[in-house]
Design a binder for this molecule. Structure first.
Ligand SMILES: Cc1ncc(COP(=O)(O)O)c(C=O)c1O
Length: 358
């Protein structure tokens, strides 16, 4: 039998979700965020499928270079920026645009000898407190960049929201106000909106929106699922039943015997586990779709397998299909059962899983 665990990547859904971004932020250009291997979906396949976006954003220089090596000619923005002169030279050589989030990077730009200038996105920290120059540093940093021969005049100014995943959180508006106050007077295109802000905060749209998770068909909000936002799931993680066993009442299942059969019952074994990226933290009761029917996971997740309660599906048999998330089963729901976020589940599907495009 071939590899049972599969991640089916629906490229049409990816394109459909890009269209949803365009509908929500019609006046903005779209920089598709495809870092971390396209949120776990495959960097190149995602880049190729999103040929209608206006640019790509990645986090690491290696990701940007992989795109260039594959022949992607669209603008690419490096969200984490560079840390030294050689990396800066590499970016310039491959026409990779860069975020500047720290005065030390401006010094590196001032000291560099580059054959051509780079396009820079100046990142301001308006409350996220991760990357970005302080708002009180904005005027100085902006002037230094304007005066620097290695920087193209067509800069973009940007910031990132910390709480946009909660529509009712007033801190998003506070960040927005801080940004507009700090940058007023400089007539440059701006970029603020991640997926959540694209869908919930029109004032933040600006020249460039930066969707990530919504492209992959996942709700960016702490509550709700993709279908609430008119998004279609891109990844469906599936496998198969490789055993159906019948246990007596009181039998303890799996490592630690943490789950006991409340009665004589059929138990299915699905060939997927944390070695494939299915979260070990998924608790008993996490839904699994067997032949399209929701049944609960029981016992602990092991490296290669999980057990499922087949009392609702006594006719289930070896070879029957199991969907862990995606089509018909929201990854948002599984993330909640595993006390994590959908971003993490999508990113950590391992190489053992066979990726197929549908
Ligand atoms: C700077 C920046 N912009 C945009 C995004 C996209 O965010 P989301 O996936 O929530 O749309 C990210 C993702 O982490 C990011 O770091």
């Amino acid at each position: 039998m071939t590899c049972a665990a599969k991640a089916s990547i629906n490229l049409k859904a990816l394109q459909y979700n890009l269209q949803r971004v365009r509908e929500s932020a019609g006046n903005s250009d779209v920089i598709a965020v495809i870092k971390a291997n396209g949120y776990g979906h495959g960097l190149l396949r995602v880049a190729q499928a999103l040929a209608n976006s206006d640019a790509f954003a990645v986090a690491k220089t290696e990701e940007a270079l992989a795109l260039r090596e594959a022949g992607i000619t669209k603008p690419i923005l490096l969200l984490e920026g560079f840390t030294d002169g050689p990396e800066l030279a590499l970016l310039q050589q491959h026409a990779i645009d860069t975020v500047v989030h720290h005065p030390e990077q401006i010094t590196l730009l001032e000291q560099a000898r580059l054959p051509q200038p780079l396009k820079v996105w100046l990142k301001v920290d308006t409350g996220m407190h991760r990357l970005g120059i302080g708002i009180d540093q904005f005027d100085t940093c902006f002037s230094r960049l304007q005066a620097c021969n290695n920087v193209m005049p067509s800069m973009v100014i940007m910031s990132h929201f910390a709480n946009a995943d909660d529509r009712s959180d007033p801190r998003t508006f506070t960040q927005l106000k801080r940004f507009f106050n700090a940058t007023k007077g400089c007539d440059l295109p701006f970029s603020l909106a991640n997926s959540a802000a694209i869908l919930s905060c029109d004032e933040s749209h600006g020249a460039w929106v930066r969707p990530g998770i919504m492209l992959y068909g996942v709700s960016p909000f702490i509550k709700g699922v993709a279908s609430d936002e008119g998004l279609q799931p891109v990844m469906t993680l599936s496998s198969k039943l490789i055993a159906v066993n019948h246990y007596k009442k009181g039998s303890a299942l799996g490592y630690g015997g943490s789950w006991r059969c409340p009665e004589d019952m059929p138990v299915g074994v699905v060939a997927i586990g944390y070695g494939d990226g299915y979260p070990r933290a998924a608790s008993a009761g996490t839904p699994v779709l067997i032949n399209g029917v929701r049944v609960p996971l029981i016992g602990r997740v092991s490296m290669d397998m999980i057990n499922v309660d087949l009392r609702a599906l006594p006719a289930a048999k070896i070879g029957d299909s199991a969907i862990l998330w995606g089509e018909g089963l929201a990854v948002e729901e599984i993330a909640e059962c595993a006390q994590t976020i959908p971003y993490e589940l999508l990113c950590r599907v391992t190489q053992r899983v066979k990726f197929i495009e549908v």
